[in-house]
Design a protein around this ligand. Structure first.
Ligand SMILES: [Zn+2]
Length: 110
């Protein structure tokens, strides 16, 4: 999950493994997972699974070594290396790195 760790009264964004609950400290150590239901049917123009959950709308994050047990239990069918996911996210939601760095200097305490 994406969440915050409070450090010196500031909320610092981090990624936590949805399987073991520990922080994923390096993107290269993690995966991003999502659920695809082969039997999904479009409803009102949006694809949902057999119990109405939006397909690919919920993301899970795991350490690479936690991916297999997490997938075995939850049945995820799609995954991406976390570093590739972040790279693609930046591509699909571009931002000004200099401006972001200036705004983030206040919460980069980790
Ligand atoms: Zn883990």
């Amino acid at each position: 999950m994406l969440t915050f760790l409070e450090v010196d009264g500031l909320n610092c964004p981090i990624v936590v493994c949805d399987w073991c609950g520990k922080r994923i400290e390096k993107a290269g150590d993690g995966n991003c997972e999502w659920y695809i239901d082969e039997q999904a049917q479009p409803v009102s123009g949006k694809a949902v699974d057999h119990i109405g959950r939006p397909i690919a709308g919920i993301l899970f994050f795991t350490h690479k070594y936690c991916t297999r047990p997490c997938e075995k239990r939850n049945g995820f069918s799609q995954s991406r290396d976390l570093d590739a996911f972040l790279f693609e996210l930046e591509h699909n939601c571009p931002f000004d790195r200099d401006r972001a760095r200036q705004m983030s200097d206040l919460v980069m305490r980790l």
